[in-house]
Structures are given as structure tokens and as C-alpha cells.
Design a protein around this ligand. Structure first.
Ligand code: RFL
Ligand code: PHB
Length: 400
């Protein structure tokens, strides 16, 4: 088998890259370890930046997102028993002249739309590929091999895109050539999905002495909630009742009163980590998305970073095939990392401000509350939060 770009992984990074390349007439094959149903069942991100929304629109894939997604103009910060609104739209309008919003539309739905489009165009995706191995990417003739139904298959290609997430094989293959920057946080997030109306029409990020809480949603009838939990906690230890009781304790009185509870339809614990692998290019292998970096979900940046990486990578590959210039490919790693590090900084900052750490204590708690109070009192401080939350501009758009 032969293609131009072999894409490892059918998460948002791989699927989006495949769609962007296809739109430009560049052949690609996706090789995924899991089944399609498994990939679709993972409940993850919920918030799309304007830039990610625009990418899906430009691919002609925005119809269902605009019909079913929820456009949010602001978020709320809860601390000290009260809620304070951050007017994302108004603040970004003031900062840059163009107001920006975010779109609440689940990663599962984005994935479904991208898979559907791939099926419609009959683009090749190989699911349940075992023992995926990357070869010869330092030379001119890279190959990817895998085993399916006991048979080893080989794909020859010009380039390999490692879009296989944090536990994938692509980064592992170049382990000895990367520098890793990492922070592991001493807590996790316990998440619950439930068919109950969201407690508020915007997201609530809550700082509480008992720990962080987040009220998010997937629709007007489906809520997604998270609470900070101990790293050692197991999902089985948390009954639905215990979860709702703990969430309620961490909310302001009005939200606690309005909270509608019901059975959970998904419950999981995610550890929190900041991680960056540098560089993101090794000869003809490029890393993108969670394969190269992880951010704690507090800033809602992971999926959006995967999208911005593949946007840069797709533009670079298009320039290679169409204009015969490799400048974009040569610049990819440094350019992607500049945006990655700003999101790493923002996600780390949000995480630090909102969570209870082992050494937070009463002093740390007061400092966090002072910082939050400053944010809601100071327009420039709120603008900086808003500008980062809606997503920093892509480098190639920044000067336009
Ligand atoms: P993915 O989604 O992990 O996809 C990688 C794919 O590669 C496959 N794979 C392999 N395939 C072939 N061979 C191998 N050896 C392979 N190993 C793995 C996997 O099966 C998988 O299908 O990575 P990608 O595409 O880079 O996308 C990244 C996003 O999924 C991730 O950053 C976000 O989910 C993070 N995230 C959030 N991001 C946001 O932008 N906004 C949010 O609101 C947000 N909330 C979240 C989040 C992540 C969370 N968790 C569970 C970590 C909330 C949570 C709780
Ligand atoms: C979610 O809805 O899953 C979600 C929203 C905002 C975040 C993280 C997760 O910051």
C-alpha cells in the first residue's frame, strides 16, 4: 500500500489532519489501534475555540456543530460563596476590536462528524491495527507497518504524522531524541456525565476550600461536571450520591440550590499533567496533538491545540506538494511549540489558581481568592484571561 501522508491515530488531530489534506488533494491513510466505536465512546473535551470552529467550517463540517452546539459569550468564576462573570465576548472585543466566543460541542461529536466525512469520501482508515511500527523516517522512504487479523501490512509514504495521543507509539519511537518538560499535579478530576439540565447556562469554574469544581454541559439537557479528587481515588468509591453531595458543597449557594441531579451515564477519573516533548519533527515524522503535549483540562485547551498543530502541519504539507517549498515543514516544530507553550502556561496558571494543592493552606487560599478577586475587578486582568480562553491567534493569521 502507498500514500502521501500516513497518519497514526484517529483522534481529533489525526482526523482533522486527514480532512485538511484531503481538501487539498493530498492522499492520506489513517492507522488506528482501536475500533471506531471505542474511539467514539471516549468522553473528553467540550469547549471549542473560535479558531477550531472556523477550521471545521472551512472544511464544510460545521452544519451539525452550529445546529446542536451551544455558543457561549462568557464563563463564570465562583469563589468566596459568589459567582462572577467573565464576559469573553465583550472583553475580547475591547482588546482586539473583534469579539470572540467559544462553542460548547463535545469532542465525541467533532470526532463523529470527521469520521462521517471520511466515510463519505471513502478515505482509507484502518481500525484495530496492532503493533503499529514506524520505519525509515530519517530517510526518504518512510514506512508504517501493523498487524491486522494476524497479517502484517506495510504502508509506504512520503511523511508520517504521529497523531496517536499521549500513550501512542510515535513519540516512543523517538524517545531518545526528545527533551521532555513535565509537571504532574497531585490530584485528578472526577467527571460525571448526566442527562440533567445544566445548573447554569454558562460554565462555572469554582475555587473552594474543599477543592476545584467545574460545571459544564453538552446540551440543554445533558450536563458534564467535574470535581477535583485525590489521585488515589477510584471511580467505584464514588457513588452518584457522593459525587452530587460533594459538587454541591463546592458551589455557591444559588448554584447549589439550582443543581438538578440524576443518574450518571459516564463517570471517570483523569489525572492532570503538563507535558511538552521537543522538538515536534524528526526527519519525515511530525508529532501533533497529545502525542507531543498534554495540558491539564482546566483551560479547555487540549483539543484546540491538537487542531492548531494540524493546521500548521497541513499548511506546511500543502506548501510542500503544491508550491515545492519546505519552509513550512522546517518551521513546523518551532512554530507549533510557540503556541503550545502559551497554552501550557495558561492551563498551568488556571490550574494553579483554581485547585487546592497539598501546600495551599490558609495563606494559599487567600492568595488564590485575591487573584480571583483581582481578575473580576480589573479589566486588563480579565482581558488577559478572556484572550487566552477564547484562543490566541494562529501565527499565520496574526498579521492579517
Ligand atoms: P487522542 O484523542 O488521544 O487520539 C489519539 C488516537 O491515537 C490512537 N492510538 C494509536 N493508534 C495507532 N497506533 C498506536 N500505537 C496508537 N496509540 C494510540 C488512540 O486510540 C486515539 O484514537 O489525541 P489527539 O487527537 O491529539 O486529541 C487530543 C484531545 O483528545 C485532548 O487534548 C482533549 O481531549 C483534552 N481535553 C480538552 N481539550 C479541549 O480543547 N477542551 C476541553 O474542554 C477539554 N476537556 C480534555 C478535557 C481531556 C480530558 N481527559 C479525559 C484527559 C476534559 C478531560 C476530562
Ligand atoms: C468539558 O465540558 O468537558 C470541559 C469544559 C471545560 C474545561 C474542561 C472540560 O475546561
Amino acid at each position: 500500500m502507498k500514500t502521501q501522508v500516513a497518519i497514526i491515530g484517529s483522534g481529533p488531530a489525526g482526523l482533522l489532519l486527514g480532512a485538511l489534506l484531503h481538501q487539498a488533494g493530498i492522499d492520506n491513510v489513517i492507522i488506528e489501534q482501536r475500533s471506531q466505536d471505542y474511539v467514539l465512546a471516549r468522553i473528553r473535551a467540550g469547549v471549542l475555540e473560535q479558531g477550531t470552529v472556523s477550521m471545521l467550517d472551512a472544511l464544510g463540517l460545521g452544519t451539525r456543530m452550529h445546529a446542536e452546539g451551544l455558543v457561549h459569550d462568557g464563563i463564570e468564576l465562583a469563589f468566596g460563596g459568589a459567582r462572577h462573570r467573565i464576559d469573553l465576548y465583550g472583553l475580547t472585543a475591547q482588546a482586539s476590536g473583534v469579539g470572540q466566543r467559544v462553542m460548547v460541542y463535545g469532542q465525541t461529536e467533532v470526532t463523529r462528524d470527521l469520521m462521517q466525512a471520511r466515510a463519505t469520501h471513502q478515505l482509507p482508515t484502518i481500525y484495530q491495527a496492532d503493533a503499529v511500527t514506524l520505519h525509515e523516517f530519517d530517510g526518504n522512504k518512510p514506512q508504517v507497518t501493523w498487524v491486522r487479523d494476524g497479517v502484517t501490512q506495510t504502508l509506504q509514504c512520503d511523511y508520517i504524522a504521529g497523531c496517536d495521543g499521549f500513550h501512542g507509539v510515535a513519540r516512543e519511537t523517538v524517545q531518545s531524541r526528545i527533551q521532555v518538560f513535565e509537571r504532574v499535579y497531585p490530584f485528578g478530576w472526577l467527571g460525571v456525565l448526566s442527562d440533567t439540565p445544566p445548573v447554569s447556562h454558562e460554565l462555572i469554574y469554582a475555587n473552594h476550600t474543599r477543592g476545584f469544581a467545574l460545571c459544564s454541559m453538552r446540551s440543554h439537557t445533558r450536563s458534564r461536571y467535574y470535581i477535583q479528587c485525590a489521585l488515589e481515588d477510584r471511580v467505584e468509591q464514588w457513588s452518584d450520591q457522593a459525587f452530587w453531595d460533594e459538587l454541591r458543597r463546592r458551589l455557591d449557594p444559588e448554584a447549589a440550590e439550582n443543581l438538578v441531579v440524576g443518574p450518571s451515564i459516564e463517570k471517570s477519573i483523569a489525572p492532570l499533567r503538563s507535558f511538552v516533548a521537543e522538538p515536534m519533527r524528526f526527519g519525515r515524522l511530525f508529532l501533533a496533538g497529545d502525542a507531543a503535549h498534554i495540558v491539564p483540562p482546566t483551560g479547555a485547551k487540549g483539543l484546540n491545540l491538537a487542531a492548531s498543530d494540524v493546521r500548521y502541519l497541513a499548511h506546511a504539507l500543502i506548501a510542500h506538494y503544491r508550491d515545492r517549498t519546505d519552509q513550512g515543514l522546517n518551521d513546523y516544530s518551532a512554530k507549533a511549540l510557540r503556541r503550545v507553550w502559551k497554552a501550557v502556561r495558561f492551563s498551568w496558571w488556571m490550574t494553579s489558581m483554581m485547585h487546592r494543592f497539598p501546600d495551599t493552606g490558609t495563606f494559599g487560599q487567600r492568595v488564590q481568592e485575591a487573584e480571583l478577586d483581582y481578575l473580576v475587578q480589573s479589566r486588563p486582568a480579565a482581558m488577559a484571561l478572556a484572550e487566552n480562553y477564547v484562543g490566541l491567534p494562529f501565527e499565520d493569521d496574526a498579521l492579517k
